[in-house]
Design a protein around this ligand. Structure first.
Ligand SMILES: *Cc1c(COP(=O)(O)O)cnc(C)c1O
Length: 463
């Protein structure tokens, strides 16, 4: 098939949209080790998890056998407001790079939350409602997740408390107003509404807060409020499962035109969009049916896969969550103030970590000035102002397309464009003012983070 038969945007009809999510774990010969309860250092039981998370999400979290998990009609009813998302043939980017490669991107930014996070927010809010809960809590840093969950809570009729890192709430007042407009309660964290918040306020008066602190507050609020659960926007297996709609739609759209990707690229914060994008393609690779080159892109300022350790660590800096076996920089690692807020996480999804450990995908770390160069080129030629997180994938896709040009290879490259950058204009301002810098942690900086990894017996001999 020649290039000119492929439209600029490939859409799926409502009938062609996926009716089930894709559970890549059903194809993994080695599963990631289980979550551990930090008190006992034994695998978390369903009861341990049920105090914090919705029952249906726990079932999905622990499911290692079913390749397809049906998407309930109540979620499809919400998905149809913003799905399918377009798969775009990046003709103008190809032209700019003068590459023989074909570049496609799956654009998840066409909803008010501005990112893919709504795919899991919708599912988690639906299940909370179905379980008869009345409220949910979460934390948000940059604000994309809080916005997505506020939209979903409004759709399903749930009360939502968003613990928003205080500095973010102050720096991104408009993001905060979107969340409030959808009816959610925004609480700058640390706050006096929880014991964890009050303790931090006593110890560090005037602190701007942190994601770890906001998680502690949201979890405390959920477990101490009847009919309430906590909801997380990345990292966990069930979040990757919900995000598999991205990969399923991409695969269906490509197959309509007889296409198969040679390279699939996504940015990685906690790993949810990348995990979702690659899921159905990775399932085939694990079965020996393709040899796709999967590339996860992380910021050089927070390089959990490329420079982290594969050990058990806490998922939060306050050390209250279960322990997950994952690539981590240490739960106490403090990344520098990079602009890709959604990629500043110390750990990586256990599924992605295991696949990386077993050699089924590779990872690259990129510096933010290069990433913004790519973002601006992309904005000019493809028209979309990308989120700084998404621009990591753009930059890596451009690198691969240029490699194709050098090697004279006509490969099919697919990447995930996770969102738009309208709330990141302070970052673009720095870029335009030429005041943006790159901060790459030194080995000594990383050692400080590694020192915060718990010294439990389970980690001895691995460190
Ligand atoms: C949150 C976010 C990410 C990173 O999160 P993952 O869980 O790794 O997908 C990437 N892009 C955007 C636009 C985000 O909001």
């Amino acid at each position: 098939m020649t290039a000119k038969h492929i439209p600029y945007k490939i859409y799926l009809s409502e009938e062609e949209m996926p009716k089930a999510w894709y559970n890549v774990k059903a194809h993994m010969k080695t599963q990631h080790p289980p979550f551990l309860n930090p008190a006992t250092q034994k695998p978390c039981t369903r009861d341990d998890l049920a105090a914090v998370f919705c029952d249906a999400c726990i079932e999905q979290e622990l499911n290692e056998t079913d390749e397809r998990i049906a998407i309930p009609q109540g979620i499809l009813d919400f998905y149809r407001m913003f799905r399918p998302s377009p798969l775009v043939r990046a003709y103008y980017l190809e032209q700019l790079l003068d590459t023989p490669a074909e570049i496609y991107y799956k654009f998840e930014g066409n909803n008010t939350s501005g990112s893919h996070k709504l795919n899991s927010a919708a599912a988690q809010a639906f299940y909370a409602k179905e379980q008869g809960l009345t409220s949910i809590t979460t934390e948000t840093g940059a604000g994309q997740w809080g916005t997505a969950l506020a939209m979903a809570a409004a759709f399903y009729g749930l009360h939502l408390d968003v613990y928003m890192v205080k500095v973010s709430a102050e720096q991104k007042p408009y993001r905060r107003e979107v969340i409030r407009t959808y009816g959610a309660n925004v609480i700058p964290s640390p706050s006096d509404t929880t014991a964890a918040g009050r303790k931090i306020l006593r110890e560090f008066p005037g602190t701007g807060g942190s994601l770890g602190c906001a998680i502690s507050e949201a979890v405390e609020k959920a477990v101490s409020t009847p009919g309430c659960r906590y909801v997380l926007g990345s990292v966990l297996d069930h979040v990757l499962l919900h995000q598999s709609v991205i990969g399923l739609e991409s695969k269906a759209a490509l197959e309509k035109h007889g296409l198969r990707p040679d390279i699939v690229i996504g940015c990685m914060g906690g790993g949810s969009n990348f995990g979702g994008l690659i899921a159905p393609f990775m399932g085939e690779k694990l079965d020996g049916k393709n040899e796709i080159d999967f590339i996860g892109v992380e910021p050089a300022s927070c390089p959990s896969l490329t420079r982290g350790k594969y050990v058990y660590d806490f998922c939060d800096s306050a050390k209250i969550t279960p322990l997950a076996k994952m690539y981590t920089l240490g739960c106490g690692f403090m990344p520098s103030a990079s602009h890709a807020g959604g990629l500043r996480y110390h750990g990586m999804s256990p599924v992605i970590s295991q696949l990386y450990h077993d050699g089924f995908l590779r990872a690259v770390a990129l510096e933010q000035t290069r990433v913004f160069d790519a973002a601006v080129k992309f904005a000019k030629c493809e028209g979309i102002l990308p989120a700084p997180e998404s621009a990591h994938a753009i930059c890596a896709a451009m690198d691969e397309a240029l490699r194709c040009k050098r090697e004279g290879k006509k490969k099919v490259i697919l990447f995930g464009l996770t969102g738009t950058g309208y709330f990141d204009l302070a970052a673009y301002k720095q870029y335009n003012d030429h005041t943006m810098t790159d901060t790459i942690p030194t080995d000594a900086d990383l050692e400080k983070g590694f020192a915060s990894i718990p010294d439990f017996p389970v980690n001895q001999g691995l460190l």
